[in-house]
Write a protein that binds this ligand. Structure first.
Ligand SMILES: [Fe+2]
Ligand SMILES: [Fe+2]
Length: 258
C-alpha cells in the first residue's frame, strides 16, 4: 500500500519539477526582456519574481524544519547533529549509485535525517542507558520505528511521506529478522534499505554512550558478513565499490569535540 501511495507521490513530484522548470524558464525570459517592457508588464514581472522567491523560501524552510526535527530526535539520544547530516549524505550516494534519479536521491537525502524522529517518545532512561538494554527495554526502544511512522504518515507532503517510510523501515533486515514488520528482501522499501546501511555505518564508526567507535577493519568485516543478512547485498557491493566517497563525507562532516 505504501509503495503505491509513493508512486503516486512520485508522479506528483515529477509534475511539480516540470512546473518549476517552466517557471524558471519564464522568469529568465521575463528578466531578459524587462528593459523593453511596458510599465504595467514591468509591474507584473516584479510581482511574479517576488512570488517565485517566496515559493523558494517556503520550500527551503520546509527542508530546514525536517532537518531540525531529525536532529532533535537524534539529540534526545545524545547523538550529534552531524550524525544525521552524514546519514543524509551517505543515503544520497547509495541512492544515486543504485540507479535512483538525482531528484529522488535528493528527496531521500532530505528525508533520511528523520529516521529516528520516533525516539522523541522513548524515555530518557532507555535512550541514554550507558549499558546493554534488557529485553523489555529493547522492546520499548524498538517502538521508535512505529512511532516515527505514526508521526509522519498522515502528512500529504511527499517529503514527509518519504520520511515516514524511512522512519518505519530503517530497522528492517534483508533476511526478514528486523523490526517492526519483519519484512524481507525487496519487500522492504529501497529507501528503508538504503537508510539502514547509512545509519549503521555511521553508528558503528561513532562513539555512543554504550560503545566506543569501531575501527574500520571491524566495520568492513561486519558488512561483509551481513551482506544478504542484515543488508541488501547490492547495497553492500555499492558501498565497497565507492568507499572513497563515504570516507570523504565522514571526514568532511566529522564530529567536532566540544
Ligand atoms: Fe532507529
Ligand atoms: Fe541514527
Amino acid at each position: 500500500m505504501i509503495n503505491s501511495e509513493l508512486s503516486l507521490l512520485e508522479e506528483l513530484e515529477n509534475l511539480k519539477k516540470d512546473f518549476n522548470s517552466t517557471v524558471d524558464k519564464l522568469a529568465k525570459d521575463l528578466k531578459r526582456n524587462y528593459k523593453t517592457m511596458e510599465r504595467s508588464d514591468k509591474q507584473q514581472t516584479r510581482e511574479f519574481l517576488k512570488l517565485k522567491a517566496l515559493n523558494k523560501e517556503i520550500e527551503d524552510t520546509q527542508k530546514e524544519i525536517i532537518f531540525t526535527l531529525g536532529a532533535i530526535g537524534e539529540s534526545r539520544s545524545k547523538e550529534t547533529g552531524n550524525h544525521v547530516k552524514r546519514v543524509a549524505e551517505y543515503s544520497k550516494i547509495l541512492a544515486l549509485k543504485y540507479g535512483i534519479s538525482e531528484a529522488d536521491a535528493e528527496q531521500l537525502k532530505q528525508a533520511s535525517p528523520m529516521h529516528d524522529i520516533g525516539k522523541i517518545a522513548i524515555p530518557d532512561a532507555i535512550l541514554n542507558k550507558p549499558a546493554r538494554l534488557t529485553f523489555d527495554e529493547f522492546e520499548k526502544m524498538k517502538e521508535h520505528a512505529h512511532l516515527g511512522n505514526e508521526m509522519l504518515r498522515h502528512s500529504n507532503r511527499p517529503l514527509l511521506k518519504l520520511a515516514a517510510i524511512v522512519a518505519y523501515e530503517h530497522h528492517e533486515k534483508w533476511d526478514g529478522s528486523g523490526y517492526p514488520q519483519g519484512t524481507a528482501g525487496e519487500d522492504i522499501n529501497i529507501y528503508g534499505r538504503i537508510t539502514a546501511l547509512a545509519d549503521v555505518f555511521d553508528a558503528l564508526g561513532s562513539e555512543r554512550v554504550y560503545k566506543p567507535a569501531w575501527e574500520d577493519e571491524r566495520i568492513w568485516k561486519l558488512f561483509k558478513e551481513e551482506k544478504g543478512k542484515h543488508f541488501d547485498p547490492k547495497l553492500i557491493d555499492i558501498f565497497f565499490e565507492n568507499i572513497d566517497l563515504f570516507l570523504e563525507v565522514r571526514d568532511r562532516l566529522k564530529d567536532t569535540i566540544t
